[in-house]
Design a protein. Sequence first.
Length: 96
Amino acid sequence: MKTELDRYPWLWDVDLDNAAFEDVLRGRKTAAGLDTDWAMLRLIEYAPYREIKRLLPVGDFLRKWPELMAHVRSESRRRGMDFLVAWIQRGTAAHA
């Protein structure tokens, strides 16, 4: 049985522990129809920036962001992620 300590708070409605979520996020596996795009969107929409920065696979994110951005509901999150993309692309990010 998974405990709350094994689950990120943004996984309240899915039966994934942290390791399984990270595997889906990195494309190592899918889970019940959940794929990398779903995991990136979940992370972007619900995780605090500190966790986004820690977990986001930068290369995949940069490649997929133009397609994913239309699915992010929060305008402020979209603007924030647009800023992050520009910051990384300028080479000023200590993100990676």
